[in-house]
Structure formats: structure tokens, C-alpha cells
Design a binder for this molecule. Structure first.
Ligand code: ATP
Ligand code: MG
Length: 677
């Protein structure tokens, strides 16, 4: 039985347990960040299966990012239910549409739009030519981006091109003439896409809902297969996603939702917390659970989060859920002002290098920023500091041309191999050979695609190389799993795994410090979080003007702060470029949180931890010369002496490499623990 051997109720508080054990009807968990909402729904799913209320295959769990879906699958696997479908709305819809489209529409499913901006540009050009609008060009890049996001908002809000002008007038979003132009571009975009027989992401949801609404046979089949739905991050559901959810449910009510109205951060795409807040109007018999205990973060982080939301206005603030900290004290959050952004990036990277040197795992550290363009400075600074990193949410891994070409080559080779297998194997060791040889085989097949033995210098070539190396990493994972009793690591099995992951948009993960936008960080957590670029104009972002837009920026700030378990640094810069004009101010959201005059912190040389290089705040820390959260009991003086000795040895040409031990070994020696070295 699923969940066997795991006590699914142990380690839950009363509220969480009530949600887990609630009957299989509507359940709504309304709670703040870090209170265990995601943990509660994964336990609920496992419990529904363990108590035979639902089979694993009839449950569909949806969440908002592919990373969050992947983490949910991992948590479910750990609870003994590996076969639950945990997907994003888009990947669930894509999978269903692939299956139903040939029957309901006919032919193969249309492919996804590859270059959305190109389609928007063509549409804008067509409208621009027709209107011969002088002055402001419809095809200027910023304008095109605005048009694309306006189309996304309209589609997410279930507004058709013909209804757009009336809808924005009602929402008071725009001037009438601008709205008319957007409506024309939107219409031209939809037509162009239809002519090209392509679908954008929103079309996946639109078509799936429409088929389920209109085709009784399909709806019956779907509803006999899926009988229970679970939605994480429900505060960010769009009317379009809600329509799909309704089409899935039909007249049924086996729906569990969890969310935090204070974390609504996708209003620009049409998302609204009203479905969460009005859940009981729709399902009066719903079991409603509120959670308040924050199990993720130290009291220092929790206090900051509560203070940020205390200033909130608007719909979400009606709920005002104050978080209660339950974890022991940690280091205080730090606030630092820098003269310019490159200096900020370098200082943050050095701080991180210090933590890593002191033994903090890289995968437990994140740098979070408002817009993806901020990533580059941190990529450079971390590279210089010798710290590995992974960028999240920037590009879609499986959509990259080199990745698609590489999978194509692997598929062809896998086809040849399985033909060979069918033709018989006189040595009788085909499978075993396939298993042990998978990684070198994949490397050899990817070499002509650009996977040279040595990394090429920085630039586009290097990006291609990195992407191909991630594919090799996935082959290594499969080979490692095979040795511990998983499926045999053959090339066809690897290609099948790649195709499954591509469908789920489940990109491979390398070990490294996470660089992510605040939007991509939702639902995730790290031991240490560096929130960077907290300047007015970046957070809140320049184009946030209305009170509602500013409130959404505040919620983004709250999301960022609440990602940290223990260490949290907040920083900003007064100028964009080195020696540039100091035209920027720290974020208005910091008023009342950060010391009013952080100048001292900026000019006086900060006391640093002698082990990890972290900034020392508490007098006791400064006296000891080390911070409270360094994961070692070693004497800082001894650590410094060992580092100096290592440095001297490692640069001496006559010293063999094995003498150059790692930081982990160094700390073990300093703590007088036994080591492998
Ligand atoms: P977010 O709003 O950011 O998505 P969340 O409410 O979904 O947060 P979780 O991610 O489920 O919170 O939990 C936060 C952390 O607290 C996780 O590390 C989780 O394992 C831990 N946690 C949750 N509930 C408990 C509990 N009852 N006892 C101990 N740890 C818990
Ligand atoms: Mg969560």
C-alpha cells in the first residue's frame, strides 16, 4: 500500500493534520509563507491513497512552476507514492490535448509557437502599416514587449480580441485609443497563429477546456480517469486556469486548494486571489484550515516578513495573516548599500564564496532579483569568485535549438541500437553493455553537436556546451539509478526519459548557487538568500504606477524574504554603473525595516567572520571573530592558519596534488574530526 512505512500524520500540527484527514470533498488551506501548505497537500495526497480513498492514478496535482512540480514529485516519492501526476497547468493541458486533439479536432496536435515575439512583431507590423500611425512606432522593442504581455493578460483573463476595448475600459487600464490599437494587434496575432497552425501556451488551456466542455465523450472519459484535484499556490490562478480546473471537475467537488493571498504575484498575467478568497462561497461545505506557525524561517526572517505585510493595502490585506516563528534564533538580516551595481554584485559573490568556503552547500544558497536582466552581473561575479551557479527561469531548456538537435541525434542512435537488439545479440550482453556504456556513448554522440572535451571560452558556444553537458549529467543520473536497482541505463531508456522530461519541461539541475527572479523563486526555500537590487525603480519596478501595481511589488518582496530559512542579506546600489551618477534610492519598501542611515555600514570596514567572511553584526560575534551560524566549532585562528598553510603548499610546484585538501577536510582537521584525507 502507498505510504506504507511512513507515518503520514507524524510531524504535522493540528491544522495541517485536519487538512490531511479531511474527507475527500473540497478543502481550502489559507495560510502564510512557510506554514507548511505544500507539505500538507503532499501528505494529504499520500494519505488519500494510503487510506484507499483514491488510487494514485486518479489524482492530478497542479502547481505553477516546473521546478515546484518536480519538488512535489520528489516529496511524494519520499512519502511512498511515486506515481502521482504533479504538473503545471500547462504541462497537464499539453498532455491531455495531445491525447484528445486527434479525436476531437482531427489530425496531429499543432506545434507550440517557437518565437512568440516574432508573431507579435508580425501582427504589430501589419496593424502599423494599415493604420500608418505616425510618431511612436508599434515595432519598438519595449512596445512589443508591452503588447505581448497585454495579450497574455487578456488571454489569461478570458478576454477575446473583440471584447478587449470594453474590458480595459472597465478595468480602467488604458486610454481608449491605445486599447483599440492593442485589440487590433491581439486580433492579428491570433489570426497569424491560426494560419500558421500553431498554439501558444494559453491556447493549450483554452483548447483543453473547450474540448472538455463541448465533447461529452471526451469529458466522460477524462472524468472517469481523474477523480481528485489538488492545486498549490491557488492565489495565483487566472480565470483561464480556473476555467480549465472547472472543466476537469465538472459537477464534482473533490478539490483541495492551498494558497496565500499575500503571495499573489501574477496579476499582470490575469491572476487573482479572488478564487481562493471566495472558495467557501462556491463550496459552502468546504473544510477550511488556517495555518500560522512558520516552520521555515528564523524569527529574524519572520519578523521582517510580518513587517513588510503590515504595510499592505488592498484585497489580500483583509486576511492579515501574521506568521508565528517557531524555530530558534538565527543571525540578523543584513542591509547594505553599495555605490554601484557591479560593486554590489562583487560583494555579494564574495560573501557567498565565504559561506561556501566555510562548508555551506552551494545548492542551499540563492541570489534573488526582480528581473532576469539582473542575473548577468551575478553570473560574472560568481564566476570570478569561483562559485558554481545555475540560472532558473531564464530560458526554457528543452526549447533550445541545440538541445532539440541533440535529443534528435540520440533518438536516431537509440533507434539503431534497438534495431540491433531485435536482430539478436550473439554475445548475450547487450543490456549490460548498454548500461555501463551509457555515459561514454552519450558523450560520443554529443561530441559532433558541440560537446568538446574542454569547455570553450565564454559566449554563445559556451552556453551550448553547458546545455549539452547537462544532458550528460542526466545520463549519469540514470546510470547511477540503474546501479541501485533502477531501470537499466540503456540509450533507448535514456531517450524515453528525456522525452518525458521535455514534456514536463523538467529541466536538469546542476549543483550550484541558484540565480532566480522573485517570480521563479515562489514556493522554494534555501538556507541563505541574498535579495539584491532593492532600489526604487527595480523593486518596485519602474513601470509599477498604480496603487495595485505597487502592492504587487510589495508582495514580491514578501515572497523573496520568506524564501530564506536562516541567512538573509538585503542590498541595493545607488548607481547602475561603476563611477556612474548616483541617481537611485533604496527601495521605499525598506523604510522602517532598514536602519535609516546605512552609510556607516557602507564606509566603515565591516567586521567579517574569520571563517566564512560573513558580515558580523552582534557584539558577541565581533568579539569572537566569527558569526553565530558558521557550521563548525573550530577555532577561527586555527582555520586561518590551515588556510594559509594550504595556500602555500598548493602554489609550491613540488607538492603533489593530494596534499591540497578541500575546505570540508580543512574544517574537519580544525575540529579534530577524523577525515578521509
Ligand atoms: P510557501 O507559501 O512559501 O509555498 P508553504 O506554506 O508551502 O510555503 P512548505 O514549503 O510546505 O510551506 O513548508 C515550509 C518548510 O517548513 C518546509 O521545509 C517544511 O518541510 C517545513 N514544515 C512544514 N510543516 C512542518 C511541521 N509541522 N513540522 C516541521 N517542519 C515543517
Ligand atoms: Mg508552498
Amino acid at each position: 500500500m502507498a505510504g506504507m512505512g511512513v507515518d503520514l500524520l507524524a510531524g504535522l500540527d493540528d491544522g495541517q493534520r485536519a487538512a490531511v484527514e479531511a474527507p475527500s470533498g473540497p478543502v481550502c488551506v489559507l495560510a502564510g509563507a512557510g506554514t507548511g501548505k505544500t507539505r500538507t497537500i503532499t501528505h494529504r495526497i499520500a494519505h488519500l491513497v494510503a487510506t484507499d480513498r483514491h488510487t494514485a492514478s486518479e489524482i492530478l496535482a497542479v502547481t505553477f512552476t516546473t521546478r515546484a512540480a518536480g519538488e512535489m514529485r520528489l516529496r511524494l516519492r519520499a512519502l511512498g507514492v511515486p506515481s502521482i501526476q504533479a504538473r503545471t497547468f500547462h504541462s497537464a493541458a499539453l498532455r491531455q490535448l495531445r491525447y484528445f486533439w486527434p479525436r476531437s479536432v482531427g489530425g496531429q496536435l499543432w506545434p507550440l509557437v517557437e518565437h512568440k515575439m516574432r508573431l507579435v512583431t508580425l501582427a504589430a507590423r501589419r496593424v502599423g502599416n494599415h493604420d500608418r500611425a505616425p510618431g511612436a512606432s508599434l515595432t519598438d522593442t519595449a512596445m512589443l514587449r508591452d503588447l505581448a504581455s497585454e495579450i497574455e493578460w487578456a488571454k489569461g483573463s478570458l478576454i477575446a480580441p473583440g471584447d478587449y476595448v470594453a474590458a480595459v475600459a472597465k478595468a480602467r487600464r488604458d486610454t481608449p485609443t491605445a486599447a483599440e490599437t492593442v485589440a487590433k494587434v491581439f486580433d492579428a496575432y491570433e489570426q497569424g497563429k491560426r494560419q500558421a497552425e500553431q498554439l501558444d501556451f494559453d491556447d493549450l488551456l483554452l483548447h483543453t477546456s473547450a474540448i472538455l466542455e463541448d465533447d461529452d465523450a471526451v469529458a466522460r472519459e477524462f472524468r472517469s480517469r481523474y477523480r481528485c484535484f489538488v492545486v498549490d499556490e491557488y492565489q495565483d490562478v487566472t480565470p483561464l486556469q480556473q476555467r480549465l480546473l472547472d472543466a476537469w471537475l465538472g459537477e464534482r467537488d473533490q478539490l483541495t486548494v492551498v494558497g496565500d493571498a499575500n503571495q499573489t504575484i501574477y496579476s499582470f498575467a490575469g491572476a487573482s486571489p479572488r478564487y481562493l478568497l471566495q472558495f467557501t462561497d462556491r463550496f459552502p461545505n468546504a473544510e477550511v484550515v488556517r495555518l500560522q506557525r512558520d516552520y521555515r524561517s528564523t524569527p529574524q526572517v519572520v519578523t521582517l516578513a510580518n513587517r513588510i505585510m503590515a504595510g499592505a493595502q488592498g484585497e489580500a490585506s483583509r486576511l492579515r495573516l501574521t506568521l508565528q516563528a517557531v524555530l530558534p534564533d538565527g543571525p540578523p538580516a543584513t542591509f547594505t548599500e553599495y555605490p554601484d551595481e557591479p560593486t554590489e554584485a562583487r560583494a555579494v559573490a564574495e560573501q557567498i564564496a565565504g559561506w561556501v568556503g566555510a562548508g555551506h552547500p552551494v545548492s542551499e544558497i540563492a541570489v534573488l532579483y526582480r528581473i532576469n536582466a539582473q542575473a548577468e552581473a551575478y553570473e560574472q561575479a560568481l564566476t570570478k569568485a569561483g562559485v558554481p551557479y545555475v540560472v532558473r527561469g531564464g530560458e526554457r531548456f528543452f526549447a533550445r535549438a541545440e538541445v532539440r538537435a541533440a535529443i534528435g541525434a540520440l533518438r536516431t542512435a537509440a533507434g539503431r541500437q534497438s534495431d540491433g537488439d531485435r536482430g539478436g545479440d550473439p554475445d548475450g550482453d547487450g543490456d549490460a553493455a548498454g548500461s555501463t556504456d551509457l555515459v561514454p556513448t552519450v558523450r560520443a554522440l554529443l561530441a559532433p553537436q558541440g560537446l568538446s572535451a574542454e569547455p570553450p571560452p565564454a559566449g554563445a558556444l559556451r552556453e551550448r556546451w553547458d546545455a549539452l553537458l547537462l544532458l550528460v549529467g542526466m545520463a549519469e543520473e540514470l546510470a547511477a539509478a540503474a546501479t541501485t536497482g533502477g531501470a537499466p541505463a540503456t540509450l533507448p531508456a535514456f531517450v524515453a526519459e528525456l522525452e518525458r522530461r521535455a514534456e514536463e519541461q523538467h529541466a536538469p539541475t546542476a549543483e550550484g548557487v541558484t540565480l532566480a527572479s522573485l517570480h521563479a523563486a515562489k514556493g522554494l526555500e534555501w538556507d541563505a538568500v541574498c535579495l539584491v537590487g532593492l532600489a526604487d525603480g527595480t523593486l518596485p519596478i519602474q513601470h509599477a504606477e498604480s496603487a495595485d501595481e505597487i502592492e504587487e511589488e510589495r508582495r514580491l518582496f514578501y515572497v523573496g524574504v520568506t524564501r530564506a530559512r536562516r541567512r538573509l542579506t538585503l542590498s541595493w546600489a545607488l548607481s547602475r554603473t561603476e563611477h556612474g551618477r548616483r541617481s537611485r534610492r533604496r527601495s521605499r519598501f525598506l523604510t522602517g525595516l532598514a536602519p535609516e542611515s546605512p552609510r556607516a555600514a557602507r564606509t566603515a570596514p565591516a567586521a567579517r567572520c574569520r571563517i566564512c567572511g560573513g558580515r558580523l553584526q552582534e557584539p558577541a560575534e565581533q568579539k569572537a571573530g566569527r558569526c553565530a551560524s558558521c557550521p563548525t566549532t573550530a577555532d577561527p585562528g586555527l582555520v586561518e592558519a590551515l588556510r594559509a598553510w594550504r595556500k602555500e603548499r598548493s602554489t609550491a610546484a613540488s607538492v603533489p596534488a593530494f596534499v591540497v585538501f578541500s575546505d570540508a577536510t580543512l574544517l574537519a582537521i580544525a575540529e579534530r574530526r577524523p577525515t578521509d584525507a
